[in-house]
Design a protein around this ligand. Structure first.
Ligand code: HEC
Length: 431
């Protein structure tokens, strides 16, 4: 209960520090946290919308490329058309033609696709700032992983995005034309990064960092490879030169999307990043995502290989079994409610209270509060799940819970979550 008493002590000390100052500072901090919450909402909304537009177009063009057939009409062939596809969508027929390199005369208007990618990246980086960099000590740093300062953690995060791109760009230039070798090299880069960041940043930040690195490859590939290539095509056309077809070949990526999307969603799944070998779990899921993407790439070409989704499903089951929480046994016995409550007051109450004291947590997360004994008993099962089985709580272990204290909570719930010697109805049968 030390923290609890600390807090009361601090509250009592307020008048000595000058009541007005402290009050204003608190109100300001609360306001800032509230504003960041809104920024989070709006930027996330933008990010998801832009990403849907970007990935949607990208999936569409990948499928379209694979659907193209030799043009039936000899006149089209003469025009320089390489392939055509008929499509029906939204109640209309479409005929799409792709030119071998460029049409004879430059069409006007010509529609470009780039802002979907740029907006996704910019809003994604914005989210990193309002969520992870603004609260770096909470979200980015985990002292049980690496004892680094928030500033160092932010520098690592930003630096990795830049270095990651340079490495990607260098490799894709050096290995141009050797697609398999490049894929292998990138897989190695992703693995090394996943391993490295899992030893530097908090587990959830580590997952996001790997996703942000690959997402940066994808967005920068648009800005630094695809769009300049297209500009060159247009410039060549305008100057009456023959455009170099290499620009239509460079910069194709077909397997990164699903791995990135998982990394972006992973924060909802502590069972993945919370595993002691979280980086391997990440690589396994990313690999499975790329494998499933392969199924669709083949399917667009008219080859349906069911062995891929079947083996992917088997892979997921194997992974799920491999990382399933083990039975929790504890050496502690006959734990009283007071003992359990003391652990919760020390390690959980700083955040999970009507009046939280942990900086960066102006409100009880998810509305979960442990101020009263009935609130604790009512959530015995969840406490067990979060603090004992998955060890997802305390969040980032910011309150430094020990294994012995987890054992106390485990034993209390396993023994039926008794209050003052009486087993409570809600805790029964939970061991
Ligand atoms: C540093 C702040 C912090 C501390 C300390 C903390 N939590 Fe949490 N807790 C959170 C946050 C943030 C969430 C929201 C869940 C998320 O985003 O993963 C949460 C969510 C929860 C939930 C709800 C999970 C759900 O599925 O809705 C429970 C239960 C919980 N915490 C229990 C505990 C217990 C038990 C402890 C102490 C052993 C604890 N927490 C300590 C921040 C904290």
């Amino acid at each position: 209960m030390d923290d609890h008493r600390d807090r009361v002590g601090r509250d009592l000390a307020i008048p000595h520090d000058g009541f007005g100052d402290v009050f204003d500072q608190r109100a300001l901090l609360a306001m800032l946290a509230y504003a960041l919450e809104w920024a989070n909402l709006l930027v996330r909304w933008l990010h998801v919308t832009a990403a849907i537009a970007w990935i949607g177009t990208s999936f569409y063009y990948i499928a379209l490329d694979y659907h193209l057939l030799e043009p039936k009409n000899p006149a089209a062939e003469e025009e320089g058309v390489a392939g055509e596809a008929w499509e029906i969508h939204g109640g209309g027929f479409y005929r799409v033609e792709k030119y071998r390199v460029a049409p004879r005369t430059l069409p006007n208007p010509l529609h470009w696709f780039m802002w979907e990618a740029y907006t996704t990246w910019l809003s994604g980086f914005g989210l990193l700032i309002v969520l992870y960099y603004a609260n770096a000590s909470t979200y980015l740093v985990d002292r049980s992983v690496a004892d680094i300062s928030p500033a160092v953690a932010v520098a690592i995060s930003v630096g990795l995005l830049i270095v990651g791109w340079l490495v990607y760009d260098g490799l894709s230039r050096a290995l141009e034309g050797h697609d398999r070798l490049l894929a292998l090299a990138l897989a190695v880069v992703i693995s090394v990064t996943a391993f490295g960041v899992s030893h530097l940043l908090s587990p959830r930040a580590a997952y996001l960092q790997v996703g942000a690195m690959i997402g940066t490859w994808m967005a920068a590939n648009v800005g630094a490879v695809i769009i300049p290539g297209q500009r060159e095509l247009v410039a060549a056309k305008l100057a009456g030169r023959e455009p170099d077809p290499i620009y239509g070949i460079r910069g194709k990526q077909r397997y990164l999307t699903l791995p990135v999307l998982f990394a972006m969603l992973s924060n909802h799944f502590p069972l993945t990043y919370g595993h002691p070998q979280g980086w391997l779990v990440l690589l396994a899921l990313m690999g499975l995502g790329a494998w499933v993407r392969h199924f669709f790439n083949l399917r667009h070409q008219g080859r349906v290989v069911w062995a891929i989704p079947v083996s992917a499903a088997v892979g997921v089951v194997v992974l799920a079994v491999a990382i399933a929480p083990r039975d929790v046994s504890t050496s502690v016995a006959n734990v009283s409610f007071a003992q359990a409550q003391a652990v919760i007051a020390r390690r959980c109450l700083p955040c999970h209270s009507a009046t939280p004291t942990q900086s960066g947590f102006p409100e009880a997360p998810n509305g979960v509060m442990f101020d009263r004994s009935d609130q604790i008993v009512g959530r015995a099962q969840q406490i067990y799940q979060q603090a004992v089985v998955t060890k997802n709580m305390p969040f980032g272990n910011l309150t430094n819970i020990t294994q012995e204290e987890r054992d106390v909570l485990a034993a209390w719930v396993q023994e039926g979550a008794p209050v003052d010697g009486l087993p409570s109805p809600s805790g029964r049968g939970s061991g």
